[in-house]
Design a binder for this molecule. Structure first.
Ligand code: FMN
Length: 135
């Protein structure tokens, strides 16, 4: 099982119609291929975690990266996991804080700021810090 996290930037303001469309496609496709995860949006940023069978996660991410509605992908983490962190949802959605421009850690922390679960918040900061070190 693979878990992949990335951030991207929307080409247009993220409104309810765009979110509805993304979440409808996610729920439709992810259920079929065993992918679960979390999508956070704030300002024009998206942060998404995808998890599930390796090939299903990679194929889903490839399709998402081909979606012209967003760009500037930063892969934060790709790692094998024993268990799902977001197994209850084909794609859960969270409205994050408005992610201002800044370094990667600041953007991810802004997105995660409103997440109530401190462990989850720390996990996102960890993704960003790890990526920063890898860069
Ligand atoms: C930020 C963002 C996240 C997305 N997440 C998913 C996803 O988890 N699963 C998915 O199938 N499509 C996702 N999409 C949509 C895909 O890019 C693509 O439009 C969709 O999979 C096409 O599905 P369809 O052929 O069933 O219409 C996402 C798009 C965006 C912009």
């Amino acid at each position: 099982m693979l878990q992949l996290a990335y951030i991207s930037t929307s080409r247009q303001p993220v409104d309810q119609a765009l979110l509805d469309d993304i979440l409808a496609a996610s729920r439709r496709n992810n259920v079929r291929c065993g992918v679960t995860g979390l999508l956070v949006s704030g300002g024009k940023r998206f942060l998404q975690v995808l998890e599930g069978p390796d090939q299903a996660v990679l194929a889903t991410y490839a399709r998402i990266q081909n979606d012209a509605r967003h760009f500037a992908f930063v892969s934060l983490s790709t790692k094998p996991v024993e268990a799902r962190a977001f197994g209850e949802w084909s794609m859960a959605y969270h409205q994050g804080g408005a992610a201002a421009d800044g370094d990667l850690v600041a953007v991810v922390e802004a997105l995660a700021a409103d997440i109530a679960d401190p462990n989850l918040r720390a996990q996102f900061s960890g993704f960003a810090r790890l990526h920063d070190q890898a860069a």
